[in-house]
Design a protein around this ligand. Structure first.
Ligand SMILES: Cc1cc2nc3c(=O)[nH]c(=O)nc-3n(C[C@H](O)[C@H](O)[C@H](O)COP(=O)(O)OP(=O)(O)OC[C@H]3O[C@@H](n4cnc5c(N)ncnc54)[C@H](O)[C@@H]3O)c2cc1C
Length: 519
């Protein structure tokens, strides 16, 4: 992925319309772009910030059917998601894992309820099951989760779901889009639509946020895949359009693994206020969350509310023998769920669904909103199928069901580098050529200098945050350590991209300001 080359592609097609223009470079937009590119459509994706800067780097990192939606009776949604979970794990084995969960149970009714419920969950996953669920007694539950409070514990229900690295998955998709002939551009903001004499959308005006150049980009199909920002795009099309998104904030805390000391995750199906709480091992840390707070303000950098942080700490403390305190938190991150609201009644949270919606405006703007990471592939397939059905683009077959992101042939010295998929051996090669690059960027972070160099060469980072938050997960794993590592990372980046001292100083300051909000 080379930004200048991709901008050159954009210029080359200035008078030749694209088949598909995708607005938004999160899970949804990237999924749509990959679906379109691999079907053979000429496709460009425009992201106003960095790929996965929005909700798609801030999830619970589960590839799941959603045990909670089962409890809510949304069986079709669960069947669909379980099927996609199976394909996700099969197609991206280097970024996903089979994660064991234990639900601690305290009453005989809960033993019955969750045993039956999870058996049903297994059943719905069919051939793509990740392992059977079963009851374990108190002793075994405490064996698996040694730091679980033993008081009143009857036992546990074990079940399996998938886990993944959300933003690395986004880069895997972006990389494959380019590999297959697509153009994906970060820091390209769509500001308005180009319309023909009948008022039909014929393309977009987009600004290169780095250089300031404005482009008129023509296309047959324009897809709005901007998550919580979808209504902003709808208003560019029709200033009187009704709201379709009901944002809901979810917060997670990252703790040291000493608070869990287990490879099993904990799932609390019903906290005091009826939410689900997870504590999940992730890259040697524990991710604990989440909350569900309806919000009216939509931003790319949502901030956790004090009461959300307290809620997570208090609830975790009720189940763990070593209750975490605020000073134990390595990182706090917040994300906004792009829930599809009922346009007739946008304020009613009761009607807010986890299901995705595809809509078509009278001017021909196709919007895909809601949904979840797990179902990104299916959402993309349905979106392009819809465009075909309407007759905007000609029929071509979807090929992503068996689209593999990893051939598994790499022979790696470092198993950790597997997350870079087909490119992992290139990073090892850099280390072999220059052994100093094998050194870590920080003693408390797993990333090597070679990864930073490879990322600069291949993944279009423009800022330190792009590297530390999303291409590596340093910010999410340990915000303070990432701040300490940032001068070194800035030097590596400046050397690689030919950036000067004033850029370096400004970037370090910007990064420290941003990362301070994750502490
Ligand atoms: C707390 C939380 C936990 C979650 N956990 C899970 C989970 O464990 N598993 C799961 O499957 N799902 C989970 N989800 C859901 C999942 O993360 C989201 O459904 C998914 O990431 C949404 O992706 P998106 O592409 O629609 O939105 P986003 O990732 O927000 O992407 C939209 C993009 O559009 C860009 N954009 C906006 N306006 C413009 C413009 N004018 N021009 C160009 N670009 C623009 C934005 O910059 C943004 O990057 C979770 C969500 C939250 C909030």
């Amino acid at each position: 992925m080379d930004r200048n080359t991709l901008i050159h592609h954009l210029k080359e097609r200035a008078s030749d319309p694209w088949d598909v223009i995708v607005i938004g470079g999160g899970a949804t937009g990237l999924g749509v772009a990959l679906d379109a590119v691999t079907r053979g459509y000429k496709t460009v994706l425009l992201e106003q910030s960095d790929f996965s800067k929005g909700t798609s780097s801030r999830s619970t990192k589960l590839v799941h059917g959603g045990v909670r939606y089962l409890a809510q009776g949304d069986i079709l949604l669960v069947i669909e998601a379980l099927h996609e979970r199976g394909l996700f794990l099969k197609n991206a084995p280097h970024l996903t894992a089979n994660q064991e969960f234990v639900i601690p149970v305290y009453t005989l009714w809960d033993v019955f309820l969750y045993t039956v419920g999870l058996k049903f969950y297994d059943l719905l996953s069919g051939r793509l099951s990740m392992g059977k669920s079963y009851y374990i007694n108190r002793k075994k539950a405490l064996g698996r989760l040694p730091l679980l409070k033993p008081q009143g514990l009857k036992g546990g229900i074990v079940y399996h779901d998938g886990q993944f690295d959300d933003s690395r998955m986004a880069f895997a998709i972006a990389g494959e889009c380019v590999e297959n002939g697509g153009t994906v551009l970060n820091y390209f903001r769509v500001n308005s639509f180009l319309k023909d004499e009948k008022g039909k959308i014929a393309g977009v005006h987009a600004r290169d946020m780095e250089k300031g150049d404005v482009y008129s980009i023509y296309g047959r199909l324009v897809i709005n895949a901007t998550g919580v920002f979808a209504d902003e795009i709808h208003r560019m099309d029709d200033p009187l359009s009704k709201p379709t998104i009901r944002p809901s904030q979810g917060v997670h805390l990252v703790l040291d693994n000493s608070f869990l000391q287990s490879t099993s995750a904990i799932m609390i199906p019903k906290t005091d206020d009826g939410r689900v709480l997870f504590a999940i091992p992730w890259y040697g840390k524990v991710v604990v969350g989440t909350t569900d707070t309806p919000l009216d303000v939509i931003t790319l950098e949502p901030k956790a509310l004090d009461e959300e942080i307290e809620f997570i700490l208090n609830t975790a403390g009720r189940y763990l023998t070593r209750p975490p305190k605020r000073q134990d938190v390595k990182c706090v991150f917040a994300g906004l769920r792009p829930l599809a609201a009922n346009p007739q009644n946008p304020d009613s949270t009761k009607e807010v669904s986890r299901r995705h919606k595809i809509t078509l405006s009278s001017s021909g703007l196709l919007s895909i909103i809601g949904g979840k990471w797990t179902s990104y592939r299916r959402m993309a397939e349905e979106t392009i199928d819809r465009a075909i059905k309407i007759g905007i683009i000609e029929r071509k077959k979807c090929v992503t069901r068996d689209f593999s992101f990893y051939n598994g042939e790499e022979k790696l010295t470092s198993e950790r580098l597997k997350i870079y998929g087909r490119n992992a051996s290139e990073i090892e090669k850099l280390i072999n050529e220059k052994p100093d690059l094998g050194g870590l960027i920080h003693r408390d972070l797993p990333h090597t200098k070679a990864e930073i160099v490879w990322i600069c060469k291949n993944e279009m980072p423009r800022t330190l945050e792009d590297i530390l938050a999303r291409r590596t997960r340093a910010l999410f794993l340990d915000a303070k350590a990432s701040m300490e590592a940032c001068p070194l990372v800035a030097r590596l980046m400046a050397d690689e991209l030919g950036l000067g001292t004033s850029w370096l100083e400004r970037e370090v300051e910007n990064y420290n300001q941003l990362a301070g909000n994750y502490l």
